[in-house]
Design a protein around this ligand. Structure first.
Ligand SMILES: C[S@@+](CC[C@H](N)C(=O)[O-])C[C@H]1O[C@@H](n2cnc3c(N)ncnc32)[C@H](O)[C@@H]1O
Length: 408
């Protein structure tokens, strides 16, 4: 169920009050002075309903993820390992035996590779990638790109939320487009300010501690990829804008061949005893993987989506983003019943941070997304004292401590 949305007003819409997109079940319009535009239900949705599905304009697996052996299609992020290979690697146990291996969704006979080594789950992904960006990024054609990638992996800067591959693919898409100005404007419709002057906020990863790494990325980009867009747009200020664009709009993508196999097993017609044995096996594998790789179960990456970019954050969300096809196709699912006219919001915070105090949630949103949260929950809790998560509970999450340190 992929929706082809009609864009009513294609101009930049920060601060716009127009209805930008109207579709039978949703519309995109202003969500108030503080929030810019948002997505609103145009009909009632029940919990579990698919609100819409869409493919990204561009997506890429995180560079570090790929380096650690998380094999995914270079184009659509579909896992390329078999289920058995996946669970053996993630649990570091060669002896695991998988029942129902025939339910493994990976079809290696369809896999194809570019001579530079990157893999694709199908010929169509390979061809699309070549036409859209890989012609510019194939390291056999432009070996100097390796220099930039090597530097990046050396200093892990900026944090992987601003994936280097996503940045390179964006630039290549613009370069290969038959309409340069239109391609540039498609990307610049995404919010790309890196400073919120009203609130005096700067994106965390552009802070002074990363200044030298930022300078290296900037100069290497000009050295190894001196295309029209890089020459014209990628000044230091332009590069900050591109990182801000990715940081503020990039949607995390996670794909897993094991979870796809689990979904298929759950649909089998098993008796109670078989079901219970299967549940025990599934949980044992999750435990073993958890012990070896922690929460890094998925092939992870990020993408830029034309519709998703309009979804605002709420600390009490009514929708979630999922990847049910185990590739980059995003599916927005109602996590509660939603009435026509209500704004549809997701949480930009992970589950753990979502349940922190108002103060802690807002610190993270400020530092990573550059806004002061005006959701209903924050408004209702406006009188709460400014407690940090540490004071609030025994929580010792480093990311929030770092964020709160930045505040002081
Ligand atoms: C992915 S965009 C969402 C669409 C955006 N409102 C627009 O007009 O393009 C994320 C930006 O929306 C704004 N935003 C999202 N949720 C918000 C909230 N709860 N309170 C205030 N601003 C919010 C922030 O400026 C944030 O950086």
């Amino acid at each position: 169920m992929e929706t082809d949305f009609e864009e009513i007003n294609s101009s930049s819409h920060e601060n716009s009050t127009d209805i930008l997109i109207k579709e039978p079940s949703i519309e995109i319009r202003t969500a108030g002075a503080h929030k810019g535009v948002g997505i609103f239900a145009f009909k009632d949705f029940c919990e579990g309903d698919v609100i819409f599905e869409e493919e990204p304009i561009v997506a890429a697996q995180f560079y570090w993820n790929e380096k650690y052996g998380y094999l995914a299609c270079h184009h659509c992020l579909r896992p390329m390992e078999s289920t058995v290979e996946n669970i053996k690697r993630l649990s570091n146990n060669e002896n695991i035996v998988l029942s129902h291996p025939n339910l493994c969704p990976t079809d290696k006979s369809k896999h194809v590779y570019c001579d530079c080594g990157v893999g694709f789950c199908s010929t169509s992904c390979k061809e699309l990638s070549w036409e859209q960006y890989h012609k510019c990024l194939c390291t056999l054609r432009n070996p100097s790109l390796n220099k930039l990638l090597k530097s990046w992996s050396g200093f892990h800067y900026p944090p992987e939320t601003s994936s280097i591959m996503l940045l390179l693919k964006m630039i290549a898409i613009i370069e290969l487009s038959s309409n340069y100005d239109e391609a540039v404007s498609t990307f610049l419709k995404f919010q790309h300010n890196y400073v919120n002057e009203d609130e005096n906020m700067l994106m965390k990863f552009l802070g002074s501690e990363y200044a030298e790494n930022f300078r290296i990325v900037h100069s290497l980009l000009h050295e190894v990829f001196p295309c029209k867009f890089v020459k014209e747009f990628v000044t230091e200020d332009g590069l900050r804008k591109l990182f801000a664009l990715i940081g503020r709009n990039g949607q995390g993508i996670g794909t897993s061949v094991y979870s796809e196999w689990v979904k298929k097993v759950e649909k089998l017609d098993l008796n109670e005893e078989e079901k219970s044995k299967m549940d025990i096996f599934i949980n044992k594998v999750y435990d073993a993987m958890n012990e070896h790789v922690g929460t890094f179960l998925n092939c992870e990456g990020s993408g830029l989506y034309k519709m998703q970019k309009n979804i605002n954050h709420s600390c009490n969300p009514n929708a979630t983003v999922t990847f049910p096809h185990s590739n980059f196709t995003l599916s927005l699912i109602a996590s509660k019943n939603i009435k026509a006219g209500e704004e549809i919001c997701v949480s930009y915070l992970d589950e753990c941070n979502l349940f922190r105090s108002r103060h802690s949630r807002r610190v993270i949103l400020r530092n990573h997304y550059l806004f002061e949260c005006h959701c209903e929950k924050c408004t209702e809790q406006a009188g709460d004292p400014d407690v940090t998560s540490e004071e609030e509970s025994s929580n010792e999450d480093e990311s929030i401590s770092e964020d709160e340190a930045m505040e002081s």
